[in-house]
Design a protein around this ligand. Structure first.
Ligand SMILES: Cc1ncc(COP(=O)(O)O)c(C=O)c1O
Length: 358
């Protein structure tokens, strides 16, 4: 399809609101069509699912138990619900998606308590965990620490180095807990760090991963990966009860297989990260824009005057982040082009200069 020529003040074609606002990778779309070949057993007893599970086991370099879910919140709740008892808690950052952006799903559906700790950059540190895990242990008046949940890359666009995850895993296990990793943006993290997926999961003591497919370029679908397969004993029942068992599972499995092939998802995430770096470098040169930090992955956090934010949001929507300090989040994705970034920057420049947009 020929897209229309745009003048510089027309909004960019791709959205900076979220990596969820992007379409899907052509490889994922082609895989959906290729899997549409008549009947096959439902609920995962199909060749696409067997093959995708094997690819994910190879990715994590261990005989993991792997299962597919519809969405990211669902995968998190299923992962946690498979390994927790109702009197146990999840220690996480206050900024964690499970805490702030899942409508209370872990508490509501699992009946467990989230112990959300204040963190400046959305990263838990071993000392946070030691302090939180030492409260009320063994007393029936207190929740018992069950799981530590970290996000890689984090909701604030920061990264855990492999050694930082290893240190967290050590204190987590020393306190008798398991380590869950919300990997909705696992590909962005692996790409930014330039390491394998196993180097930030199975090799450093993570026990269970919510592995993102949607933000990595699929139409829908996430995986739950138990890196010690013995931990996944309850998984199949928990997944069904939490309404996360896809009947036509081949359409999720086929997409995973397609994006993992030739590390397509890592290349796509790397591109998204580079576009965020380009956006940040350009924005940092604009008077009236302050960046929290140079992006480590695919999100840019910027502070601007409120009236400039409103004007820009009306032109090309993005989310407020910390409204009290006029901070917004701009996200890039695999489909963000250099032209999109440059057009968006032109809009920011114009808005700051008081010019009309659109
Ligand atoms: C860190 C993180 N985890 C999980 C999710 C998945 O959420 P959803 O249920 O919208 O797919 C998201 C989506 O924004 C996220 O940012």
């Amino acid at each position: 399809m020929q897209l229309p020529e745009q003048s510089v003040l027309e909004p960019p074609l791709s959205s900076f609101a979220s990596d969820n606002a992007a379409g899907a990778l052509p490889e994922a779309i082609a895989a959906l069509a290729a899997a549409n070949v008549g009947g096959t057993p439902a609920y995962g007893d199909d060749p696409w699912t067997r093959s995708a599970i094997q690819s994910i086991q190879e990715l994590f370099d261990c005989p993991a138990q792997v299962g597919f879910c519809w969405g990211g919140t669902g995968a998190n709740v299923v992962a946690l619900g498979s390994v927790l008892k109702r009197h146990q808690s999840v220690i996480c950052s206050e900024q964690a998606h499970i805490n702030q952006d899942e409508c209370g799903a872990p508490e509501a559906l699992l009946g467990v308590k989230l112990v959300d700790l204040p963190t400046e950059d959305a990263k838990l540190r071993p000392e946070h965990i030691v302090a939180a895990a030492s409260v009320g242990v063994g007393s029936e008046h207190h929740v018992q620490p069950g799981v530590v949940s970290i996000t890689q890359s984090t909701e604030s666009g920061t990264l855990y180095q492999p050694a930082e995850i290893a240190a967290i895993a050590e204190v987590t296990h020393d306190h008798g807990m398991l380590l869950h990793l919300d990997g909705a943006r696992l590909a962005n993290a692996a790409a930014a760090l330039g390491v394998s997926v196993s180097a930030i999961t199975s090799e450093v003591g993570v026990d269970v991963v919510s592995m993102g497919g949607t933000k990595a370029g699929m139409v829908f679908g996430e995986a739950v990966v138990f890196l010690d397969e013995r931990l996944g004993g309850e998984f199949r029942f928990v997944r069904k009860q939490l309404a996360q068992l896809p009947s036509k599972m081949r359409f999720i499995s086929a997409q995973f297989e397609a994006i993992l092939k030739d590390s397509t998802w890592i290349s796509a995430a790397s591109h998204a990260n580079q576009m965020a770096a380009r956006l940040a470098s350009g924005a940092a040169k604009i008077d009236g824009v302050t960046l929290r930090r140079h992006p480590e992955v695919n999100s840019v956090f910027a502070t601007l005057d409120r009236d400039v934010i409103a004007k820009l949001q009306a032109w090309s929507f993005f989310w407020d982040w910390e409204e009290s300090i006029n901070e917004v989040r701009w996200m890039t994705s695999f489909d963000t082009t250099e032209a999109d970034v440059d057009r968006f920057l032109a809009g920011v420049r114009a808005a700051v200069a008081g010019e009309r947009l659109g």
